[in-house]
Design a protein around this ligand. Structure first.
Ligand SMILES: *Cc1c(COP(=O)(O)O)cnc(C)c1O
Length: 428
């Protein structure tokens, strides 16, 4: 581990991002140096932070039959996938493209689970040929299509049904997925019938049960509630003679963006597993699908202040990163801490930190007190999840470069896009 020294000031989010002698560091590397070498906007990740986040889950599940499947939509950079595969992770995928990414880093197909409400026949064939460990099926029509595709391929598809337990994850409506009225999963009350249907289809083999109730969950209660409901269902499904080998509790654990206090992964799982044991299901393989909580706090985005634009109602701090790089504020009004790489001894002014994109939704932070000048560098914190993986080329903006830091070393894991890359597939 390469934590900054004890004289440093840690910021909310990750102990691996901290000030040392007035300089923002990630592990042992000064972020200012990376910006100088690679330009801005620039995503930088701490390898130690990712591995520490994974280790918390591994401690929580130690001594169990278990599989941690990283939900790679949070950040599907090959370097991050390789790091996590080498550390023992499987993957939760939601597209054929993500399947190819997992295979590109040498992932074991048996440790890949395929989620998503809209799997195409082509994606099903691809996953069957590859031999993925489980399809998490989200509707009755999908059961039928998967059965047909599997029989055409001469395969039997291992399946779980994603059950919607109707639990309120108490998170943003756009990232809440376990309530009635969400497009995800099969309603709790319809799940038993769906399992009986699945068990009767020759192209399918029931292997488990799955749920995922939402994202950025900061309380333990919704997990416990979902677990109780899923275990009730397992009892009734098994009474009909259908064995459930693994129970997949999904992902969704929140991170600290702005003083949020989600339970630690190891403590959360100690309590959930105690409940699992108490109900007599301790012998089942436990699967989880964490995304954000493995990578979110491990990443930051460096951006340069371009202009300060005072106004009657608002002052704007215009930076060179934008909603195409960091879409979460525009999409969910999400909060990211924004801090200077080298704080100045200057009075702070309250700014809206905005990008150059031609949309009023292009903001990164609102009403932020900052003492900055044009040319200063800022870090947008907790930008490891759902940032680069959701980025776009809107306004013909090439995507940022990405750097992985390990101790005192830094390496580029994705080169900055060039403008000519953006129209490579076009013709005039
Ligand atoms: C997005 C997603 C996850 C991961 O959610 P996080 O909040 O990033 O942990 C897990 N499972 C499924 C099915 C998902 O869609």
């Amino acid at each position: 581990m390469s934590l900054p020294t004890s004289s440093s000031t840690a910021l909310p989010g990750s102990p691996f991002v901290a000030y040392q002698n007035g300089q923002l560091m990630i592990e042992q590397v000064a972020l200012r140096d990376l910006a100088g070498q690679h330009g801005t906007p620039l995503f930088v990740y701490s390898q130690a932070a990712i591995l520490a986040a994974l280790a918390a889950y591994q401690r929580g599940l130690a001594g169990r039959k278990s599989l941690i499947c990283y939900a790679m939509k949070a950040n599907s950079s090959l370097a991050i996938l390789k790091l996590l595969a080498d550390a023992g992770c499987g993957f939760d995928i939601v597209s054929g493209g993500e399947l190819e990414r997992a295979l590109a880093v040498g992932a074991d197909p048996a440790r890949i689970i395929f989620s998503g409400v809209g799997k195409t026949r082509q994606e099903m064939r691809q996953a069957l040929q590859t031999g993925v460990g489980c399809f998490n099926v989200e509707s009755l029509p999908e059961l039928d299509v998967l059965d047909a595709v599997a029989r055409e391929c001469g395969k039997v598809a291992p399946i779980s049904i994603r059950v919607n337990p109707n639990v309120d994850a108490k998170t943003h409506p756009y990232i809440s997925t376990g309530l009635k009225g969400n497009k995800f999963g099969i309603a709790h009350e319809d799940a038993l019938a769906a399992y009986q249907r699945a068990a009767a289809l020759p192209g399918l083999k029931v292997v488990g049960i799955d749920c995922h109730i939402g994202s950025q969950i900061t309380e333990e209660a919704p997990y416990l509630e979902a677990m109780e409901r899923i275990l009730d269902l397992v009892t009734s499904i098994e009474k009909t003679g259908i064995p459930i080998h693994h129970i997949d509790f999904g992902g969704g654990l929140g991170i600290n963006y702005n003083g949020d206090t989600p339970p630690a992964a190891d403590a959360l799982w100690a309590r959930l597993l105690a409940r699992l044991d108490a109900r007599g299901f301790g012998d089942r393989t436990v699967m989880i699908e964490p995304g954000r909580s493995l990578v979110g706090n491990a990443g930051i985005c460096i951006t340069e202040v371009q202009y300060l634009k005072p106004g009657e109602q608002k002052n704007f701090c215009i930076v060179d990163a934008a909603m195409n790089d960091l879409p979460r504020p525009a999409l969910y009004e999400a909060f990211h801490q924004i801090v200077p790489l080298q704080p100045r001894d200057a009075a702070a002014t309250t700014y809206d930190v905005v990008g150059p994109v031609c949309e009023s939704g292009d903001w990164l932070g609102r009403d932020r007190p900052l003492g900055v000048q044009p040319g200063d560098l800022l870090a947008v914190l907790s930008a490891g999840a759902y940032s680069m993986s959701m980025s776009s080329n809107y306004n013909t903006r090439p995507r940022a470069a990405e750097v992985m830091v390990n101790g005192a070393e830094a390496r580029v894991i994705r080169a900055r896009e060039r403008v000519q890359d953006l129209w490579q597939l076009e013709s005039a």
